[in-house]
Write a protein that binds this ligand. Structure first.
Ligand code: GP9
Ligand code: MN
Length: 697
């Protein structure tokens, strides 16, 4: 420990003495005087990167974002430091070239932002089918002055260089040693700034950077240059992933689906639910972070989610339904629900593989004569939905810019669910006037982590209230804190709000006559990632100590990591106003089973690449595969990381073969799904089919 301290002190002493020495010898002043071109290069490029942020993100957080300034400065200085390896002329050319690159980066992003309220991505270059839209938009709107101000940078640099040359700088002797010294010193300065920057990052910054899709956030914290470099790397990744092994993947995938067709007796077929909703309109509701735990739960006699609980009992309620999301959370839910494929093993389908061919439910409905649309009150680029919703076959995506959003109607991430639903119903009324058959998606937003906007959710009490009889025979009410002040408690408050929004939606749809020929499909998109200890408190609260009961207590409910995993389930509800189909389906089901199940009910053909099953065909033989390789059947929950399992039916012996077969099934399915997406095999198969004259199915 002492050694470490000594070492750190030593470094600090060294830095102190060199700074003192530098100060004494006017090193910095001298450096500035002798290298006006380099100094100008740093200043102009820093001004540009700050300008683009200020012109695009109008928030105080952004204006005060010192992290982005540090990041920009570090990038500019580190790149610039290598210019000292060249003599004056070469150095100028080097700095000039990078200034042009930085300037163009700012200009392109500025133009792009005007049209898309987001930043440009290299990956979009391969999006030829959408390039037309961008081109048209640029021509129609003409580049604005705010897009070209960045050009001042190379011109100022040119001017300063000319002046420096005139002052005889090019003729002054400059030793190789001095150049090397300058390169080293400026590199060290750049690296020190970079280290300070990294030390200031929060875990949220790092995770958003890794995912890269929340572009505004990344630019606000990392600056435009690092954003673009990171974007370049993440855009290359899918290209590299799909460069090798195409033929092998194609053969394996073909074999997989051939086998499935021949040997999987549940892969197709009719059942009592076939065509029951044929020709009906469909409204799918994506319930943000809505877990099954909310259904039929109450505090002091008041239900957490009265509306959704009623709908569950009045419709088809799949009570053991599991989301299969990976790092792509909401977007992965949309992927698995609509395509019956699994999230990719690296990156996310929505962001890294947006140009692949998918066979998605909205497209299938569109092909069957439906008008398809999606609605979400957030920025259209969130999770790259602007591109992916088009890819999935939604004809129109109503996003943030289509909604009236005020401070009053904002909760958490954006427009409140109540305001969103109200405005969406108005839009749907207009849609219904024009299109008698529609398939729409509404993505909720308010019930999103961190569930801290409690004063906006409205009152919902998650304490424990008990009536006690006093010695004199009178009664009084005692309140124990219970879930008040916990994250799970706040979650229930938030859910109570979201549920009430759902109630309002149903009333508004009914009043607009939009429920008469419509099926409402509701799914929770994924769990809310709440702490295990909060669930322990929920199930094992000890009011005497305001803590958790001892595990010896006979009423203690075990809630270990298995229960935690199993508790992550989300509701899947299919409901019609006439309550004609009422049933609770308890068989385990994955989100990838939604499209085959719904397609059968709607009387349309599911994707031939679906990996899930119609639950009414496969019933209790179903298996839910998770992106981690874990899997769940009615009998077993298997954790592949720990290679251990939990038998779900008391006393049932599970054979080794059962575990082995299902594990192999899960691994194969994940591999096929990943290959299908990364190698763009749906497109390749279709091209092959076309080339062979449509003989191959
Ligand atoms: C964003 C919303 C939330 O628009 O759908 O996404 P999530 O954070 O849940 O992935
Ligand atoms: Mn979500």
């Amino acid at each position: 420990m002492n050694k470490m301290k000594k070492f750190v002190n030593n470094i600090f002493d060294k830095i102190k003495t060199s700074v003192k020495k530098a100060h004494k010898e006017h090193v910095i002043k001298k450096f500035f005087k002798e290298n006006p071109v380099f100094v100008t290069y740093v200043i102009v490029n820093l001004i540009n990167s700050t300008m683009i942020r200020f012109f695009t993100i109008h928030t105080v957080e952004n204006y005060l974002s010192y992290k982005a300034v540090l990041a920009d400065l570090a990038v500019i200085i580190i790149i610039g430091s290598f210019s000292f390896l060249f003599k004056r002329k070469g150095r100028y050319n080097y700095l000039c070239a990078f200034t042009w690159i930085f300037t163009m980066t700012c200009m392109i992003n500025s133009i792009y932002y005007t049209f898309y309220t987001s930043y440009a991505s290299f990956s979009m270059l391969s999006l030829t089918q959408y390039l037309g839209d961008v081109g048209d938009a640029v021509v129609q709107n003409v580049i604005q002055p705010k897009d070209i101000v960045y050009l001042f940078a190379p011109f100022v640099l040119m001017f300063v260089n000319k002046k420096d040359k005139k002052n005889g700088a090019y003729k002054r002797v400059e030793f190789k040693e001095t150049r090397r010294h300058n390169a080293f010193k400026s590199l060290v300065v750049g690296v020190v700034i970079a280290v300070i920057f990294v030390l200031n990052l929060t875990s949220l910054d790092v995770s958003r950077f890794a995912k890269q899709w929340n572009k505004e956030y990344v630019v606000m914290k990392f600056g435009i240059y690092i954003y673009q470099i990171n974007d370049g790397i993440t855009s290359l990744q899918p290209k590299i992933n799909s460069m090798f092994g195409l033929n092998k993947a194609l053969n394996e995938v073909e074999k997989y689906y051939d086998d499935r067709k021949k040997n999987d007796k549940y892969a197709s077929g009719t059942n009592e639910y076939t065509d029951i909703f044929k020709g009906k309109n469909v409204i799918v509701i994506h319930g943000e972070s809505f877990q099954t735990i909310n259904i039929d739960r109450e505090f002091n006699g008041v239900p957490v989610a009265p509306n959704m609980s009623n709908m569950a009992h009045e419709g088809l309620y799949f009570s053991n339904y599991y989301s299969q999301v990976s790092v792509g959370t909401s977007s992965d839910a949309e992927l698995t629900f609509n395509t019956s494929l699994m999230p990719t093993q690296s990156g996310t389908a929505f962001v890294s593989y947006f140009d692949r061919k998918y066979i998605a439910l909205p497209q299938i409905m569109k092909d069957n004569g439906y008008y398809t649309f999606s609605m979400h009150g957030n920025n259209a680029d969130f999770w790259n939905r602007r591109v992916m919703h088009k890819n999935f076959g939604y004809e129109r995506f109503y996003s943030k810019k289509d909604y009236d959003i005020t401070e009053e109607n904002t909760i958490g991430l954006g427009i409140s669910d109540k305001a969103f639903f109200k405005q969406s119903v108005e839009k749907m009324k207009k849609i219904y006037e024009k299109h008698k058959k529609f398939y729409g998606l509404l993505i909720m937003l308010s019930n999103h982590t961190p569930f801290s906007d409690t004063e906006k959710y409205g009152p919902y009490d998650v304490s424990l209230k008990e009536t006690v009889t006093n010695e004199d025979g009178t009664t009084s009410e005692v309140t124990y804190p219970y879930m008040e002040g916990t994250k799970l408690g706040n979650y229930f408050k938030s859910v109570h709000y979201a549920d009430s929004a759902m109630g309002e939606l149903i009333t508004e749809l009914d009043e607009a006559g939009l429920l008469d020929n419509t099926v409402i499909v509701f799914y929770g998109d994924h769990d809310a990632r709440l702490p295990q200890k909060d669930y322990n408190r929920l199930f094992n609260y000890d009011k005497e100590t305001d803590g958790i009961k001892s595990s010896d207590d006979p009423t203690y409910v075990k809630f270990d990591s298995y229960q935690y995993e199993l508790n992550r389930k989300v509701p899947f509800i299919i409901w019609t106003k006439d309550h004609k189909y009422q049933k609770e389906i308890k068989d385990v089901m994955g989100m990838y089973d939604a499209m085959p199940t719904l397609a059968n009910m709607l009387g349309v053909k599911a994707s031939p690449y679906a990996l899930g099953h119609d639950i009414f065909n496969i019933k209790d033989n179903n298996i839910v595969v998770f992106p981690t390789g874990n899997w769940l059947t009615n009998r077993v929950y298997y954790n592949s990381q720990k290679s251990s399992y939990l038998a779900l039916n008391a006393g049932e012996a599970i054979s080794k073969d059962y575990i082995k077969e299902n594990t192999e099934y899960a691994n194969k399915l994940l591999e096929v799904s990943n290959n299908l997406i990364t190698y763009d095999l749906v497109r390749k198969e279709e091209e092959k089919e076309k080339a062979s004259g449509g003989t191959k199915k």
